[in-house]
Design a protein around this ligand. Structure first.
Ligand SMILES: Nc1ncnc2c1ncn2[C@@H]1O[C@H](COP(=O)(O)OP(=O)(O)OP(=O)(O)O)[C@@H](O)[C@H]1O
Ligand code: NI
Length: 249
């Protein structure tokens, strides 16, 4: 479904009076996401996770330089494609538009019928939330509105950036259940996180991103016990989790 090949992203920064230098932020990223899969990209803060999401969605900042290829169903991604970003920050909501209007716009942009109340209900929000402005939403509500927006795009693929961060267990389950339903229906998700445990139950594969490079990849099922089957960088991360006793590998 999604194929990222040889993706590198750098930002130009000034050096001296006239020169510029490109600072590499992502280097030679290769990954695929097949129908039915939930691929987790695991990495520490600053590893380049959001940049990877933004590169795939073609919304990198103006100073970014990008090379490599990104294809969905074999073609470059356009705004009309059934792919949705579940962004990390609710700053992605339009601060001056009611929730209902934003849900309707998303549906229209993707050629779908607008069903704001049903979308809100599917993420556990009352239909009255349609009339609210983004600043009237709590953090957890805003994250669920972002999920409703992503679902409103009727996507084949959701790129979810820290989808469970800061959510209570009930809301976290709402998000992971939707991602799992999408994958079961033949869609797929690329889930970006620093918190493996919150998404491991739904993951099929885990890719470890460190300092802009992929350093390990393993089937999710290998993240069990002492992680004996895992490649070393993934095993070290796994064994360092509090749940696994902080053992220093
Ligand atoms: N527009 C930009 N110009 C310069 N550097 C940038 C830009 N955007 C991101 N960076 C840098 O790229 C690196 C990766 O950023 P990114 O937002 O992808 O991290 P992340 O893995 O998503 O982290 P977090 O878990 O904190 O969200 C960071 O060092 C960041 O400072
Ligand atoms: Ni991020």
């Amino acid at each position: 479904m999604l194929r990222v090949a040889g993706l590198s992203v750098g930002v130009a920064r000034p050096v001296g009076l006239r020169g510029t230098q490109v600072l590499p932020l992502l280097t030679d990223i290769n990954l695929t996401v097949a129908a039915g899969e939930i691929v987790v990209v695991l990495g520490a803060s600053g590893a380049g996770k959001s940049l990877l999401a933004h590169a795939i969605m073609n919304i990198l900042p103006a100073n970014a330089q990008c090379s490599g290829t990104i294809a969905l169903h074999g073609h470059p991604i356009t705004p009309l494609h059934p792919v949705a970003l579940l962004p990390q920050h609710h700053g992605f909501l339009d601060p001056l538009a009611r929730v209902g209007a934003q849900l309707s716009w998303m549906a229209r942009r993707k050629g779908q019928a607008a069903t704001p109340a049903a979308l809100l209900a599917s993420v556990g929000l009352d239909a009255s939330v349609k009339r609210l402005m983004p600043h009237q939403l709590s953090g957890g509500m805003a994250r669920r509105v972002l999920l409703a927006l992503a679902l409103g795009a009727a996507p084949d693929l959701i790129i979810a950036d820290e989808p469970t961060a800061g959510l209570d267990p009930t809301n976290s389950t709402i998000v992971t259940t939707h991602l799992q339903t999408l994958a079961k229906r033949g869609g797929a998700a690329l889930v970006i996180t620093h918190d493996l445990m919150s998404v491991l139950p739904i993951a099929t594969r885990v890719i470890v991103l460190d300092n802009g490079r992929i350093v390990a990849a393993a089937p999710a099922g290998q993240f069990t016990g002492a992680g004996e089957a895992l490649p070393l960088p993934a095993r070290n991360l796994w064994r360092a989790l509090p749940e696994n006793g902080f053992t220093d590998a």
